[in-house]
Design a binder for this molecule. Sequence first.
Ligand SMILES: C[S@@+](CC[C@H](N)C(=O)[O-])C[C@H]1O[C@@H](n2cnc3c(N)ncnc32)[C@H](O)[C@@H]1O
Length: 420
Amino acid sequence: MPAIPSARSQTVHLLGQVLGQGRLMSEAMSGAAWQALAPADRAAAQRLAQDVLRNLERCDKLLKPHLRKGPPLFVRNVLRLGTYELCSGGAAHGVVNEAVTLVAGDRKTQSMKGLVNAVLRKIAESGSQDWQKLRTPRLPRWLRDPLVLAWGNKPVAAMEAAHLSGAPLDLSTRGDAGALAVALEAELLPTGSVRLHGNRQVTALPGYEAGDWWVQDAAAAIPARLLGDVSGLRVLDMCAAPGGKTMQLAAARAEVTALDLSESRLQRLTENLARTGLAATVVTGDALEHEGRYDAILLDAPCSATGTIRRHPDLPHARQGEGISELIGLQEAMIDHALSLLAPGGRLVFCTCSLLPDEGECHVEEALARHPGLSVLPADAPGIEHTWRSPEGGLRLRPDFWAGRGGMDGFYMAVLRKPD
Ligand SMILES: C[S@@+](CC[C@H](N)C(=O)[O-])C[C@H]1O[C@@H](n2cnc3c(N)ncnc32)[C@H](O)[C@@H]1O
């Protein structure tokens, strides 16, 4: 690692953390070298690492014929970064020089300077033509196989295309979404979110300081809307942090209790409430031990987060599907506990940002079997399309939906009604 960190050296560091240590980028974006980077370089490193991870299969395919022996991970990641940059229009001279400098800066890899130089020069000659012919990168098997089983080959290929495209910036507002869209020259989506395309610095957008809006994917904004008019109702946001849905409920004048296990994530929720001038009772604790009586509950349960791969392309590489069965058990226990906290006739919106039916549709089918009298209410909110409706009465959202508009996160959601 060179003495002075650069955007590219930190990109390679992030790739090493994800691909070598199984860490998520959000966990790895820390430490002295990361903090030493200027904000613009941090943003560049994050963007480059995400782009390389989205295109990992392509980078490896182009590199394979040039690498007889597999070099150490650090060198492989330098080559992957160089390949991505060369094939996406980077100037050969600068890209190759910086890659060689990175490898030369570490005693253990200095001897591979020549290899890196030679391989990247070959990629620079013909790589970008070959790149165009490569297929859309596929998800790793641990995730692809169950998704193909659930949704079929074509939809999964469409999801992979959506993952490659990344995600636009969606905002939710406590005020008039139409007026916000006009002010930001953005698109007003049929579901009420405001969408901006291109790379925009969030904190520099008008209305950020004033707390007029917050960042929230269009799909993630729908569950709170399914509760309809919550004005004056006691609503528990059971897994609330960092607070996107709490802010929606508070903006709709509910009496919100925002509960979460994570103190640090709740800190962010508190900051978000302060910025937007919205109010909620914030409680740190385990959802399974929480007590109280509520008219409505929003349960955005911890899950595999496989619906968020467009914006978190590190996830399928850092994870191997470990822990999902424990999460499924936790989600089930949370549904049962949430129902016990509801007043008779009260409504529970259950949702997860997962693409796996075991974390969505199956829970609703099983909850109906476990709880006599429990029913599924039609999921209604502005802009909901007929094709999103799933047989048990919930909504299944996928990243390949709204493809022409820039997609949406994968999500599952359903409204359950406790009997009187
Ligand atoms: C999907 S995130 C919630 C996102 C949030 N609803 C929003 O819209 O900003 C799931 C949350 O569940 C929390 N969590 C995990 N286990 C929990 C538990 N046993 N009790 C309460 N919260 C828990 C995590 O800390 C995490 O913040």
